[in-house]
Write a new protein. Structure first.
Length: 501
């Protein structure tokens, strides 16, 4: 049970588990994960040791973008259950000491949303972004960011054409989302993950891509990705709503910012509580770059009094077992991430060591990003969780096919196996609760990272493919690989307890 006295600032060092609802657990046997299935597996999450779960969108939706195209923000899509199921999940999670964060999608609605259907008829069109001529912006999913309607005007969609962007300069848009936040807070949720938190407000005048001083770019892609100062006023108004509820309700920004300093603006004391650290997620498996991004992340977050966050995988990127190139590196990366001060996010299935599925049959690859850009796509990281070792892995005709060799990766197979990835995560989350204090780097051989925190906790990481001589800094308490006296095993991480004088 969650007690109010223990609620204060719980989010600063929480482990938050992302439930990609349609791929987590199927409660009614139709092949699609749902809220009933998630509720049935809360005991598993409690045993894993997470502090909170983040549920991806389960609202009424045509599912053109698998729920990120919302047609009704105050109801549950029948595919996932009912409002009663949502309430039961929240209450049962709280009974197990697990908080519940839900997705809010404020940048755009579904084209099936009643507001947009009105706009197509010429009613209240200014709730969205229409203009007589398109500019040269491209969709993040590929192709033009504009679609023409029957009367000749064009509407903006930074994502799929079924996801028209809202006009956040319109007071009705702001009032509507404040009402939606209160609806779910009243139902008992503990916070919101804010989708596209950086992009809700567009550059004034909608300049063409050529105006680089007004349109911020990510990488070399010709895609308008905004980090507009005007969004911060919206987040401040939302923070006031969150603060008006008991129990430290939080806001988490999915914000793409060009620098950690810009990202820190989203978590100033009067704004949101956390922001996803995509700079860390995108760092390659090398000691120098990782030390740099860890130091920079901690310093910039501390400059505004916020904790940093750490994440290795999510529903939009290739799973890190595959990105890093081996299970050994993924195990080491998990111990490195979970040893850092701040809040860590775990994507469902990473605790099993699931790889990216790279050979899905073409007919199942329906991600709108891939359909617009064949060289991209997020289907492979969204393949359902294997729960049992038997054929089907606990699913009946899963919505995405599951590889034939996943039996040994299942929860059932790993639960009783000492040294499994699941056992490593369970023990790491248990021990993590005993670790506190700021990070202090120590000198170490090239290709390694060594740091300490309070009470003699030391983490060593060898990011090379060779053994490296290094004197033991204490007694090993948890390791991703073999521990030999006087050496660090290749691609491994170890937690130690040194004697404190």
């Amino acid at each position: 049970m969650i007690h109010t006295s223990a609620a204060t600032r719980w989010w600063r060092d929480a482990v938050i588990y992302q439930v990609y609802v349609r791929s987590f657990a199927d409660g009614n046997g139709d092949g699609v994960g749902d809220l009933i299935g998630a509720r049935d597996r809360l005991g598993y999450l409690a045993d894993l040791g997470v502090d909170a779960i983040w549920l991806t969108p389960f609202y009424t939706s045509p599912m053109a973008d698998f729920g990120y195209d919302v047609a009704d923000y105050r109801d549950v899509d029948p595919l996932f259950g009912t409002l009663g199921d949502a309430k039961a999940l929240i209450d049962e999670a709280h009974g197990l000491g697990i908080r519940v964060i839900v997705d809010i999608v404020p940048n755009h609605t579904s084209s099936a949303h009643p507001w947009f259907q009105e706009a197509l008829r010429g009613v209240n069109r200014d709730r969205y972004i229409f203009r007589d001529q398109p500019n040269d912006w491209e969709s993040i999913f590929g192709g033009s960011a504009w679609t023409q309607v029957e009367d000749g005007q064009w509407y903006l969609h930074l994502f799929d054409s079924s996801q028209p962007d809202l006009n956040w300069d319109h007071p009705e848009v702001r009032a509507e989302f404040e009402s939606v936040l209160r609806f779910w807070l009243d139902l008992g949720v503990d916070g919101f993950r804010v989708d596209v938190a950086h992009g809700m407000v567009k550059p004034e005048g909608l300049p063409d891509i050529g105006h680089a001083d007004q349109v911020r770019m990510i990488g070399s892609d010709v895609v308008p990705y905004f980090d507009n100062d005007a969004v911060h006023e919206i987040h401040r108004s939302w923070r006031k709503i969150l603060d008006s509820y008991p129990g430290e309700r939080i806001g988490v920004a999915e914000a793409w910012a060009p620098t950690p300093e810009r990202l820190a603006r989203y978590v100033r004391p009067d704004e949101l509580h956390q922001a996803f650290n995509f700079h860390y997620l995108g760092t390659r498996w090398e000691a120098g770059p990782l030390r740099h991004v860890i130091t920079e992340s901690l310093e910039t977050a501390a400059s505004v009094g916020a904790p940093s966050t750490w994440v290795l995988s999510n529903h939009d990127v290739k799973r890190h077992v595959t990105r890093f190139g081996s299970v050994e590196r993924a195990r080491a990366a998990a111990l490195l991430m979970l040893a850092l001060p701040g809040s860590a996010y775990v994507y469902n299935g990473e605790e099993l060591g699931l790889p990216e599925v790279l050979d899905l049959p073409e007919e199942f690859c329906l991600d709108p990003q891939r359909l617009r850009d064949p060289d991209s796509g997020r289907d492979g990281c969204r393949v359902p969780m294997p729960w049992t070792s038997a054929e089907g892995y606990g699913w009946s005709s899963p919505w995405l096919p599951m590889p034939a060799g996943w039996g040994p990766l299942s929860v059932e197979a790993q639960s009783g196996e000492a040294g499994s990835m699941l056992s490593l995560y369970r023990e790491a989350l248990r021990l993590r609760r005993t670790v506190s204090g700021e990070l202090r780097w120590s000198d170490s051989p090239e290709g390694t990272l060594v740091f300490s925190r309070d009470d003699g906790f030391v983490c060593t990481v060898n990011l090379t493919g060779s053994e490296i001589a290094f004197p033991a800094p204490g007694e090993p308490v948890l390791s991703s690989g073999p521990v030999e006296p006087g050496t660090l095993a290749p691609d491994s991480a170890t937690w130690w307890r040194a004697k404190v004088a």
